[in-house]
Design a protein around this ligand. Structure first.
Ligand code: ADP
Ligand code: MG
Length: 249
């Protein structure tokens, strides 16, 4: 039986009275790959902010692995096993993908020790494996500045995975990517979902269809509906919410 990894109960986040999240209920099991969609302003990013501790719930309770997140600070939640990938890549451009990954494997180290000390062989193997997973083994030793936008996204996903999180949060990973890069990103997330729990927020419906098993639709700070991609796409409430939107579901 799989265990509940994340449980959000009746969470409201108010910004000066405006409810970015409004009595939101959400739950996911260990090992799930969940996609969250919803129109702009639906509260998707705020939802991730609550999970990572960047924003506190005004009301309600969020638990991760049974722990009440309101008792933890952002860096403590990261240490509990929540890893987040932001929309814009945050990699060291003057370092190579290999060096970036070595840094992430060993967050206690600073840039200089990573550059000048030999890395232990176990860590080298981890990094090689990660380079292969993210498809950058053939560019492992060129400066990250020379990578395409998509390659930088994969590198950052690799850097997250290097920190061994239990739950990966990925906010709009394919914005600005080519079709081919988008598809490869989908394959990467599906591969990672074999050994991690993953939440992906995305607008690109073709991409969502590629990766999604279970989709949650947010609207005005609450869950509008949940189901398979087919179920949510045919739900009249979802169609109504997306009517007139650029990315019609
Ligand atoms: P999404 O990611 O789904 O587009 P967000 O979670 O970013 O939506 O935002 C949800 C709503 O909350 C939006 O109307 C946004 O303007 C508002 N909001 C988000 N963060 C803040 C903040 N720090 N202060 C005030 N309003 C905010
Ligand atoms: Mg957002």
């Amino acid at each position: 039986m799989s265990a509940t990894l994340l449980d959000i109960q009746d969470v409201t986040v108010s910004f000066d009275g405006f409810k970015a999240l409004n009595h939101l209920n959400f739950s996911m099991e260990e090992g799930e790959l969940r996609v969250i969609i919803g129109p702009n302003g639906a509260g998707k990013t705020t939802f991730l902010d609550v999970i990572t501790g960047k924003t506190n719930a005004t009301e309600g309770k969020a638990t991760f692995k049974g722990k009440d997140l309101s008792h933890y600070k952002e860096h403590e939640i990261a240490r509990l096993g929540v890893g987040r990938k932001f929309q814009t890549p945050r990699v060291y451009l003057n370092l190579t993908p290999r060096e970036n990954l070595e840094l992430s494997c060993n967050r206690g180290k600073n840039v200089l020790t990573t550059l000048f000390k030999a890395t232990p062989s176990a860590e080298r193997r981890t990094v090689s494996g990660l380079l292969e997973t993210i498809g950058l083994d053939y560019k492992a030793d060129v400066p990250a500045a020379l990578l395409s936008h998509g390659e930088k996204q994969w590198l950052e996903i690799g850097m997250l995975v290097a920190q061994s999180p239990d739950l990966l949060l990925v906010d709009e990973p394919v914005a600005g990517l080519t079709d081919e890069e988008t598809e490869k990103t989908g394959e990467l997330l599906i591969a990672l979902a074999e050994s991690h729990s993953v939440i992906v927020i995305e607008h690109d419906m073709e991409f969502v269809r590629q990766i999604a098993r279970q989709v949650t639709v947010l609207h005005q700070g609450s869950v509008l509906c949940e189901g398979t991609m087919d179920e949510v796409q045919n739900d009249p409430r979802v169609i109504e919410v997306y009517l007139g939107q650029e990315v019609a579901a």
